[in-house]
Write a protein that binds this ligand. Sequence first.
Ligand code: S3P
Length: 430
Amino acid sequence: MGKMKLQTAGKQLRGTLTMPGDKSISHRAVMLGSIASGDTRVQHLLDSEDVRRTVTAMSNLGVTFSTENHDLIIHGKSLNELVEPKQMLDMGNSGTTARLLMGLLANQPFAITFRGDNSLSKRPFARVIKPLRAMGVSYVSKNDHLPVTKLGTRYLEGLVYELPVASAQVKSAIILAALQAKSQTTIIEPIATRDHTERMLAAFGVMVKREGNQIKIAPQTHLKATTIRVPGDISSAAFWLVAGLLVPNSQLTLKQVGINPTRTGILTILQRMGAQFIYQNESSDGEPMADIQVHSQSLNSTIITATDVPAMIDEIPLIVLVATQAQGDTIISDASELHVKESDRIATVTTQLNKLGANIEPREDGFYIHGGTPLHVDQPTTIDSCGDHRVGMMLTIAALITTGEVSLANAEAVNISYPDFFRDLNEVVK
Ligand code: S3P
C-alpha cells in the first residue's frame, strides 16, 4: 500500500458496515481454544496480522487448526501436551500475543524465545516479567525488552499482586499463569480494565472470582472446548462512530459491535460531549453486542482523567480528533500509557494532526486540545501512520474533514487490526 491519496472534505458517509471481529477477544479465543480439551469453534474471528501471530505461535507449539464455513476450528491440546517450538516465537507487532503468551506458557518445561518487530522490541515487558518472575519463571533478556527467553520452569507459586499500571495484558498474563500455579493468586486492579480473559475462561468452564477490585484465581488447567462468537470490534467501530459524527450529512449503522462495559469508554465520552447514538438488536451471550447508529452532530469539549482512560485507551487518538472539532478546549490527562503503544501516540497524534491545521499541545501524560479548529492544508501534505494502525486509521478519518490534498504514508499499518478498512471506507463514502 505504501503512500496513498486520501479522500478529503466534500463527501458524506452513508450505509451499514459489519465490524471485523474484536482483536482482544480473537487472541483470547485462539489461546484458550488451543489448551482446551476437544475442538473449539470460533465464529467471526478477526483475520488480521496480529491475530495470525497468535495462530502461528500456537501452531509452533503443536496445536492444529482447520476451517469450516468461515469458522476457525481449534483442535485443542492440554497444556502438558504442547511441544517445544523449533524456532523463536515471532510476535510481530502484537503486544497482546506476546504478553498473554508469556503467561500462558509460563509453566512449560522447555525454553521459549519471544521476539518482535522494531516497535514491539521498544515496548516495555518488565511489567509482565516482574510478576511472572515472582511466580517462579526465569527469563533472560536485555533490559526486559524483546527478544526475551523464558527458561524451562519447574513449578509456579501463587501470588498476591497489585497492578502498578492499569493493563489488561498484564492482568491476563498473570491470570493465565495463575491457572497453572500450586496455590491461589490474587490480583488487585486499582482501575478496572477489559475483562475478556475472565469472561472467556468462564465460557471454557473455568471461574475466576472478582471481589471488588480483587481477582482471585484458583489453580485449574482443565478447559472444556466450546463455541465462541467473537463480537465486532468496538475499537474498529470507533473510527466510523467518529467519522459519522464529524462528516456533515452522514448516517452510519455499525452491526454487531461488542459493548462490554470495560470497552465502551469511547461511547461514554462521546455522549458526555453531546453525542447521541441509537442502539438496536442488543444481545448478550458472554460478551454483549448491539448495532449502533450514528449521525452528524456538533459536540462540546470535555475533561478526561485517570478513571476514564482504561475503557477507551485505544480510542484516545480518535477523541483527540473529535476534540479539535468540539466547542471549547479539551484536556486529556493520566494517559502516559500512550507513550508505549504501537507508536508513542502522544507524539504521533500531535505531530500528524497538527500538520492538518489542528492546534494540539502534547503534555507528558496527555494532550491540551484547542477546539473549533477547521482542518485545512494549503499545499499537498503527507501525513504518516508512523507504522501504527490506529494512528493511520484516525488520520484517514481526519482527512475526511480536511480541505486540500492529503496523502497517508505507511497506510499498510491498518492490516494489524482492520485489513478491510479502506474497502469499508469506499463502501460508505457518497
Ligand atoms: C489489550 C489491552 C490494552 C490495549 C491493547 C489490547 C488486550 O493494552 O491497549 O490494544 O487485548 O488486553 P494494555 O494492557 O497495555 O493497556
